[in-house]
Write a new protein. Structure first.
Ligand code: GLP
Length: 252
């Protein structure tokens, strides 16, 4: 695991963007695992800037998002489908048929999970971009006694609904359920980029990266992956000790 701590947000964003555009440049059929939330917004902006500047095409890129709210249509402003279009897809030449999210309106949720897993099995992820929830969730894999390997429907914890209420007009509008890729699928990605910003993420980053590996903190399972790069701002990284043998700390 490599951990990089950045003093400036723009540097973090450009670094993450570059890791992803390198894959887009190098691979014949790149497959990107994408995330939502406030954390990746600047990274998507940096990808758009770099791609526009270097005339990099995304026409050959396939994407899979981590999650989607159950019950929200793709054109609902708080759906992750809408978010991805707004923050990334519509700015570059992504092919509509190649950008995938679980269908929040699927009539048969179980069949939808199976469909998503089959697509993922046929298109192994080259990279998975991840944020982390305050309780250690990745995607919408909430802390629990057991975690799921594949795509499933999860009942969101109240703390997660409260944290995400800031994106909705009223807290009650935050859906109770969501589709999420499972931790098994996340860990199958060839490379994982975990990003966290802000003092409010410092405790969970410490637990996830230097605490015990436990389903009580799904992000801690990332410690078992051979190719994880963690990008933090100074605040999110402030609780980490630099003497861990499994960690390479780089300051910029
Ligand atoms: C959300 C998303 C996660 C995201 C996390 C943190 O609920 N499902 O994929 O990583 O919570 O969000 P933020 O980046 O806004 O802190």
């Amino acid at each position: 695991m490599i951990i990089k701590r950045f003093d400036r947000q723009e540097e973090l964003d450009q670094y993450a963007a570059h890791l992803i555009t390198n894959i887009v440049r190098e691979k014949e059929q790149p497959v990107l695992g994408l995330a939502t939330g406030s954390t990746p917004v600047g990274i998507y902006k940096a990808i758009i800037e770099e791609a526009s500047r270097t005339r990099l095409s995304f026409g050959h890129v396939t994407t899979y998002n981590l999650d989607e709210y159950v019950g929200l249509a793709p054109n609902h402003e708080q759906s992750y489908s809408y978010y991805m279009n707004e923050h990334l897809f519509r700015h570059l030449d992504f092919q509509p048929g190649k950008t995938h999210l679980p269908d929040g309106l699927a009539a048969d949720p179980e069949a939808e999970c199976k469909r998503y897993d089959e697509m993922l099995a046929n298109h192994p992820l080259d990279v998975q971009l991840l944020g982390v929830g305050h309780n250690g969730h990745i995607g919408f894999n909430e802390p629990d006694a057991e975690l799921h390997g594949g795509t499933h429907v999860v009942r969101l914890k109240e703390e997660t609904r409260t944290a995400n209420a800031r994106f909705f007009d009223r807290a009650e509008e935050v859906p109770e359920f969501a589709f999420t890729m499972g931790v098994g699928s996340i860990l199958k990605s060839k490379m994982i980029i975990l990003v966290a910003r802000g003092a409010d993420k410092a405790d969970i980053i410490k637990k996830a990266l230097q605490g015990p590996i436990t389903t009580a903190c799904p992000a801690s399972l990332l410690q078992t992956h051979a190719n994880v790069i963690v990008l933090l701002d100074a605040e999110a990284g402030r609780e980490l000790s630099e003497d861990g043998t499994r960690i390479q700390m780089v300051h910029s």
